[in-house]
Design a protein around this ligand. Sequence first.
Ligand code: HEC
Length: 275
Amino acid sequence: MKKILVTTLGVALVAGLAWATPEEDRLAFIDYHKKRFPNVAVEDYVNGVYAINPPAYQQWLQIEEFPPYELAMAEGKELFETPFANGKTYADCFPNGGIGIRQNYPYFDAETGQVKTIELEINECRERNGEKPFKYSKGKMAAISAYMAFTSRGEKLNVVIPDDPRALAAYEDGKEYYYSKRGQLNFSCADCHVASSGMMIRADMLSPALGHPTHFPVYRSKWDDMGTLHRRFGGCNKQVRATPLPAQSEEYRNLEYFLTYMSNGMEVNGPGARK
Ligand code: HEC
């Protein structure tokens, strides 16, 4: 009996999360950040932790003078423009030849009933053209994704949740993931990046969740390498001693769908550089 009660309560809680529409969620998200950091302009959240940490912001500006992601971007451009063995290119797989489209990702694909990210479609393009898929977290995948993001700099994120119950379910699933506690430390994403943003965790200041996906992929000094957004998700799962999920798993794609929707209207400024 007790077990049934607990389960019912769990379901009610999750259902409770579903009462607000995505647009109500987004507005509440912005409102929360405005109250938490009254001196930070909404458009500045695209700079992650540097939006709320002026000394680190100055150091970061210096790093951006010789951006550590530049090599990867050049590699990505070359890969992007090199034809596959069959003569086709990535441009043949994407709207507008793949240029200036990053802001529309991730999107809900009615045909498969799944959330599609740009990295997923890069590999789908390769496989359709008889090429082997790339690994999803770094390397060539991060390089191509970095180049594609660069061609969208300044475009505003425009994640659409169509009037389709499956799309809303994917959004709700991502949202539930974001607010669920996990790992041996029992932390949710929101515990660190919403409730504790601006606070220190060891040597790091926790960045606010608003604007999180705008600048990926990222060159991270700690990795000494580029990484995709899902690589970062995996790293954050490990921080709380939870098992990371595979990059481009359905859960991470739904998480990206929710998190990017929260930053709708903000400018794409990827690729980025982070400590
Ligand atoms: C224990 C605290 C903690 C938890 C829980 C946590 N993170 Fe993080 N996260 C960090 C730290 C520390 C960093 C590096 C400093 C920063 O930018 O916040 C970071 C960085 C990030 C970044 C990169 C920010 C940028 O500007 O490049 C993203 C995106 C992110 N986390 C998403 C998530 C998601 C999604 C979850 C849940 C799966 C999560 N985090 C859970 C601590 C946490």
